[in-house]
Design a protein around this ligand. Structure first.
Ligand SMILES: *[C@@H]1O[C@H](CO)[C@@H](O)[C@H](O)[C@H]1NC(C)=O
Ligand SMILES: *[C@@H]1O[C@H](CO)[C@@H](O)[C@H](O)[C@H]1NC(C)=O
Ligand SMILES: *[C@@H]1O[C@H](CO)[C@@H](O)[C@H](O)[C@H]1NC(C)=O
Ligand SMILES: *[C@@H]1O[C@H](CO)[C@@H](O)[C@H](O)[C@H]1NC(C)=O
Ligand SMILES: *[C@@H]1O[C@H](CO)[C@@H](O)[C@H](O)[C@H]1NC(C)=O
Ligand SMILES: *[C@@H]1O[C@H](CO)[C@@H](O)[C@H](O)[C@H]1NC(C)=O
Length: 644
């Protein structure tokens, strides 16, 4: 009984509550301005800035708001960040992480003000916390006109209600109101937020000004006021997240559970919590020492790149150097001072608070070396944001070829087969190397890069290990690469290397057909996916009909069997039952040994829409206890996260 009670408490501590799940972090930039004064002394300013951001980040994670000051004098750094009231804490962390990659762009100017659609961030070298009005206050209006006058009337009414209620509601107002005149004229949605550092009087004044400005946006369908002390938005489209944040919720749930178990159990739980807190304190003290050591390691370490060098190499992360959006961040091309070409990945996530773990991961990943893996050269862990440095591959990724009707011709079957074998070899190495077994979890055409001779190199492996704590972006991520995810992973969160085998199978089918297994569309399901189509054709012995028209065979008779064999292996890899799928090394053998008899595949997953619904994602997010396997990759934190 007691054991059970303790278990309940621990589980609740671990599970993200439904409210914690991600909805929409609204990371779109509304307005970004830099100050006009240059920092005074970079060797003081930059560490101050980083320390402030780190401090704010800790507070943001706990309450959706943070402010901190580091240093004194002209290079002091005052920071403030706040998520708007309708963001869940998870989304708030995402929004903050995005903001944090933007504000350092002002450097070497020492002030930045950034309004995203979900959060606000500001830094200065003076205390600005009480400012609520200023010359930069303005409204940014939409460009679509709403003709009917009822909309204007309702928008004004909704705005005034939000503006009137917010000051006495911790500065947060939210209104949804049907447009007068009945059905078909829609609704109007309003969000109002004052920074938590200003008092109710100042909040009222700021919102009143916003109300005034936004009135002039009408009859446009949308408007945003970006004032010194507040943010207000109205729209005829519902942009509001359905759930309101409630910071004290987690604590409350724990109390309820403790109250429900017997007094004896509660005593024990209390003791456990006390011990836990005491341990934490010791760990914290130890961390302080570790941090100092880490800084030293990083400074001396060959893996560490100087932030300034990378900034220079990429021309301050110039749009023109952008190579694309990979899992976890944006990738830029760079040229180092010595002429070496590199790819720099700018991470969305604020990993500074665990720089040690992050660095250890980078250390492990960079020691993993194979001809079919993109080489990680190092990182910048101490600068104002976290960066990873990779070897640069000029030919970009496989998806740019096989899904393109003209570029597809550049890859004949021999090349494609070589890419398949290379990818398989890379995966075998990841799964079976002795140092550290790695499940990639995000094998897909856009993660297969091609070198100058069009050989396959797998990108982004091992990164998920570094993001164990960022369980946050799961729902966003799953939508991104749905078509590649094994059913047991999607529905139950079961993570084994067979998850990669499944994705590899999908990739094989894509390479043969030139079609994308596109399931990012919410309404589609496994029923009409490429995998299912291939399975049906396989049973009817009509697989040839699926061959990519871009594949021109000079020696069709000989090659046909090879292509058919690849489809066959693809179907073996995408079988619904994970245990029936071959391991990667077996799959590689099947592909390479062309005269060996292949087993008959069983069916691929036929999931219906219902089981695919995002509701089920709560299962995935909430089962950190399920990953009891011998891999150190332990959570479902996943890859592609595109800011919207
Ligand atoms: C910047 O500050 C550092 C540390 O206090 C000091 O050593 C250095 O001389 C300063 N540089 C300038 C240009 O003032
Ligand atoms: C964050 O900054 C505040 C002051 O702005 C300071 O009191 C607090 O100790 C800092 N916390 C950490 C974790 O650095
Ligand atoms: C902020 O920085 C500027 C430029 O470095 C300096 O002139 C100004 O005095 C600083 N402000 C404060 C309050 O120290
Ligand atoms: C509210 O803040 C403003 C600006 O900082 C200040 O002038 C005013 O005295 C404050 N009012 C109250 C009631 O504290
Ligand atoms: C209206 O605004 C949207 C988004 O800002 C923009 O993409 C579009 O081109 C604008 N349309 C016109 C007619 O200005
Ligand atoms: C919107 O309201 C107006 C005024 O009441 C009404 O005449 C109109 O039919 C409504 N529009 C729709 C699409 O129902």
């Amino acid at each position: 009984m007691m054991k059970k009670a303790i278990l309940i408490v621990l589980v609740i501590l671990l599970l993200p509550l439904p409210e914690q799940l991600s909805a929409d972090p609204r990371t779109h930039t509304v307005k970004f301005t830099c100050g006009s004064q240059l920092e005074h002394n970079a060797s003081i300013y930059v560490p101050n800035f980083i320390a402030t951001m780190e401090n704010v980040s800790i507070q943001i994670r706990a309450s959706g708001f943070g402010k901190a000051r580091t240093g004194t004098g002209p290079d002091a750094n005052y920071g403030l960040a706040q998520c708007y009231g309708d963001l869940s804490l998870v989304d708030c962390v995402l929004c903050y992480a995005q903001a944090r990659t933007i504000t350092p762009q002002c450097y070497p100017v020492n002030g930045a003000k950034l309004f995203l659609d979900g959060c606000f961030m500001r830094t200065e070298n003076y205390s600005f916390y009480h400012e609520y009005s200023g010359p930069t206050d303005q409204a940014i209006c939409g460009n679509i006109t709403r003709q009917n006058p009822e909309f204007q009337v309702s928008a004004k009414r909704a705005l005034s209600r939000a503006v009137l209620t917010a000051p006495d509601n911790n500065g947060y107002g939210r209104v949804e109101m049907a447009v007068a005149g009945g059905r078909g004229n829609g609704s109007v949605y309003v969000l109002a937020d004052c920074w938590r550092t200003i008092n109710a009087t100042a909040c009222r004044a700021c919102l009143a000004k916003a109300f005034d400005y936004l009135g002039r946006c009408l009859p446009m369908s949308e408007g945003r006021a970006v004032n010194t002390g507040c943010f207000v938005r109205y729209s005829d489209v519902n942009f509001l997240n359905p759930i309101t944040r409630n910071p004290s919720r987690r604590g409350r749930v724990i109390v309820i559970v403790v109250a429900a178990v017997s007094a004896a159990a509660a005593l024990i739980i209390g003791a456990i919590i006390a011990v836990h807190m005491w341990k934490n304190r010791i760990i914290q003290n130890k961390r302080k020492g570790d941090a100092e050591k880490l800084v030293k390691t990083l400074n001396d370490c060959s893996l560490n790149f100087k932030y300034s060098a990378l900034e220079k190499a990429t021309d301050s992360f110039n749009e023109a150097n952008k190579l694309g959006q990979g899992g976890f961040g944006t990738v830029y091309k760079g040229v180092l001072a010595d002429g070496r070409e590199i790819a720099v990945k700018r991470l969305f996530f604020n990993t500074k608070h665990r720089a040690a773990d992050f660095f250890n991961e980078v250390n492990i990943i960079s020691s993993v070396e194979h001809k079919n893996l993109v080489r990680l050269l190092g990182c910048s862990c101490l600068g104002p944001e976290s960066l990873l440095v990779y070897e640069y591959l000029p030919n970009k990724s496989l998806d740019r070829f096989i899904f393109d009707s003209s570029k597809g011709k550049e890859l004949n079957w021999e090349k494609r087969f070589e890419i398949i074998i290379g990818t398989a070899e890379g995966l075998v190495y990841l799964h079976e190397n002795k140092k550290t077994r790695i499940i990639h979890r995000d094998i897909k055409a856009s993660n297969i890069l091609l070198d100058s001779r069009l050989r396959a190199k797998i990108a982004d492996f091992g990164l998920a290990r570094s993001f164990q704590e960022d369980k946050s972006h799961i729902s966003t991520a799953i939508a991104g690469t749905l078509g590649y995810m094994a059913p047991e992973y999607l529905a139950l969160g079961q993570l084994t290397e067979k998850v990669d085998v499944y994705s590899f199978g999908v990739l094989l089918l894509e390479i043969v057909t030139g079609r994308q297994n596109n399931m990012s569309n919410k309404t589609s399901d496994y029923g009409d996916s490429l995998v299912t189509v291939a399975w049906k054709n396989f049973q009817q012995k009509t697989v040839e009909e699926l061959f990519d028209p871009n594949l021109v065979f000079h020696n069709y008779v000989n090659l046909k069997n090879e292509v058919l064999r690849v489809v066959h292996v693809g179907l073996l890899c995408t079988q619904e039952i994970a245990s029936l799928r071959p391991t990667m090394s077996k799959a590689l053998l099947m592909l390479a040994k062309k005269d060996e008899e292949l087993p008959q595949p069983t069916n691929p997953p036929f999931m219906d829409e219902k089981t695919m619904e995002l509701n089920d994602m709560s299962e995935i997010t909430s089962s950190p206890l399920n990953y009891g396997n011998d891999y150190s990759v332990a959570t479902v934190s996943h890859s592609v996260f595109y800011p919207r």
